[in-house]
Design a protein around this ligand. Structure first.
Ligand code: ADP
Length: 290
């Protein structure tokens, strides 16, 4: 599937846009979150009235200061944990029937979380073992996933023998091995050096485009969010909430040229301003006076 070019709703690239790219609005909703509230037992309001749609083929980043509820929202999309109020649908259904409909979600954590005693291929095979996939079929799927992330030759290695970037690749392969319909990534590259992060950004974009995946990606980095996303969702903390959605109206594939373009700089400025406003917001939802 080719990914249609997102269109700025405001018609002013790099200046102002909100919502789902027009070209993807006709695609099926994958997630429909409506007025979602999440209050932890401690009393922390991690999410207040979060309403968000994710459509098939989108690459959406959740961006915001620490504690604004990005991970909480991502975990809710993964069907992990209850919500306090509101509703969430997956492919217009309740979570309980997602598996029955043959839909799969996969989650990539902040750290690689590989089993240190198991070889890379056994780590990647884990979700298939849990699904009791037959050995020959599982072996082929593991090899395909390792191929995708550039680790074809490292299946027999142990995690300690890999660099941080390669460990994260293995972790991504473990998510991809089930051929998920929705890939949820919680700051997967946050601990990596910039060059490795850029390389992995390029790889994940290439895979996303080639396979027509839907990805929701949590990040702290404005640059990473702008580079990767068809849409950036900016969030604020205390209480955690969505404050703005910015369409990144740039064609894919994106590469080194985009990173040094005026357009990239313009989007980064635009998203940074939104983030600064979000970071300065007080509990009443208004920007605080300084
Ligand atoms: P982010 O990913 O944006 O940093 P989180 O979703 O991790 O934000 O957290 C949002 C808020 O909820 C924070 O104040 C955090 O301390 C709180 N929080 C997160 N998880 C829990 C939990 N399991 N129990 C209590 N509070 C939590």
């Amino acid at each position: 599937m080719s990914i249609p070019k997102p269109v700025s709703l405001a018609g002013m690239p790099g200046v102002s846009a909100t919502g789902i790219p027009e070209s993807l609005r006709a695609s099926r909703p994958v997630i429909q979150a409506r007025d979602v509230n999440k209050v932890y037992a401690s009393g922390t309001v991690a999410l207040q009235d979060a309403t968000l749609d994710i459509r098939e083929g989108e690459f959406v980043s959740l961006l915001g200061p620490s504690g604004c509820g990005k991970s909480t929202l991502l975990r809710i999309m993964a069907g992990l944990g209850d919500i306090t109020a509101g509703s969430v649908k997956w492919w217009e259904q309740d979570y309980s029937v997602v598996g029955d409909k043959g839909r799969k979600l996969a989650f990539v954590f902040q750290s690689a979380t590989l089993m240190p005693w198991a070889r890379v291929e056994d780590n990647v095979r884990l979700p298939l073992d849990l699904e009791q996939v037959k050995s020959a079929e599982a072996g082929a799927k593991v090899q395909k996933a390792l191929d995708m992330v550039g680790l074809a030759k490292f299946g027999q290695s142990f995690p300690r023998e890999l660099s941080g970037g390669m460990q994260m690749r293995a972790s991504i392969a473990r998510a991809l091995v089930t051929e998920p319909d929705l890939l949820l990534m919680d700051e997967p590259f946050g601990a990596l050096d910039e060059m490795t992060r850029n390389k992995l950004n390029d790889d994940i974009l290439r895979l996303w485009q080639a396979n027509g995946w839907t990805i929701v990606f949590v990040t702290h980095s404005v640059y990473e969010a702008v580079y990767l996303s068809s849409r950036v969702v900016v969030m604020a903390a205390r209480p955690g909430r969505i404050v703005e959605e910015i369409t990144i109206d740039e064609p894919f594939p994106r590469g080194a040229d985009f990173r040094v373009s005026q357009s990239f700089a313009g989007y980064c400025r635009r998203v940074s301003e939104s983030l600064e406003k979000a970071s300065a917001m007080g509990a009443d939802g208004q920007a605080e006076e300084h």
